[in-house]
Write a protein that binds this ligand. Sequence first.
Ligand SMILES: [Ca+2]
Ligand SMILES: [Ca+2]
Length: 381
Amino acid sequence: MFGTLTFLLTSCKIRDKNSNTNEEIKNNNCQKTCLENSRTKSLLKEIDHTNVVNKINDSLYCLNPDSNESMAYIPGGIYSMGSSNIDMALKRELPQHQVKVNAFYMDIHEVTNSQFSAFVRATNYKTVAERQIDWDIIKKQLPKNTPKPNPDLLQPGSMVFVSSKDIYNLIDISQWWRWIKGADWQHPYGPESNIKGKGQEPVVHICYHDALAYAKWCGKRLPTEAEWEWAARGGLKDKVYPWGNLSVEKGTPKCNYWTGIFPTKNTETDGFEGVAPVMQYEPNGYGLYDMAGNVWEICEDWYDENYYSSLNLTEIQDNPKGPKTWNYPMEPMDPKRVIRGGSFLCNDSYCSSYRVSARMPYSQDTGMSHTGFRCVKDVTP
Ligand SMILES: [Ca+2]
Ligand SMILES: [Ca+2]
């Protein structure tokens, strides 16, 4: 939320309406903040959940914290973390470095609305997006002398993707992201929306603190970034995607992403314009669903733009937990965690974050309509 307000108050003050040629849009992709999103109407779309319900026999498995049901065993191993594809990777994904990961269990799908509902019913937990915003706290993360915004802006709310057919560049994310008062996990598109019939969709508008609270309640934890990438690779070596190297555009749909031209045209050829119920596509080699696309997944690690390049490449990183703190020069005062896997908003024309090595900063106090999480659990001898 703090990052959201930073965005609302400080970003994209200058709107260069002359910089909207295709070539300039392509060049501007180096920014790749990737705060993409889905359309409001996609929330209202009726979805047949039959197949999903058949696949998930007990979506409330977290009610039994000792159960590993709906979790996959991820064997330990050593792998090359980061991208081996220089053409597709961002600097933050380089260089590749050797990482050792111990075995663990991982949720086979993103945490669903049904699962999160059980947590809230049991604990009365209120997500950050549902809480009043404390100006005295967030002003410390904004440039000095930032004027106090209208009190309306300090009401509970969250960031919602709103599609636009008329954009002038791919840098000013305010063209497709809106702060919606009353948007939260139970009202993903604002106070008039709800999650009825969407129990098998991943919970969204979740920030790091919310995800952590849920994980602890389940007797689980959030994955480290190294664990997440190792799991996403599904036993494959040096591949671009969880399924291998075949382009996301080729063959049968492999994940829920933005088909078409982001953010102006969504062809829905993967079956969904917005968020999809979990487990709609083939799992990876470890039996994990939606490690590419659908919703971003929050990791435990702080985000450091230069973390990989700071490592000693002659050493194997033993179960790394990331940097000691965050480093994101574009918003230096806003604490950032790592998110992984991309979302239903990702597209090759923008950031192609459904690649297994793709990594993105995420304000730890912010909820967004394309971000959720899944949990892991240690293997006890
Ligand atoms: Ca899609
Ligand atoms: Ca995902």
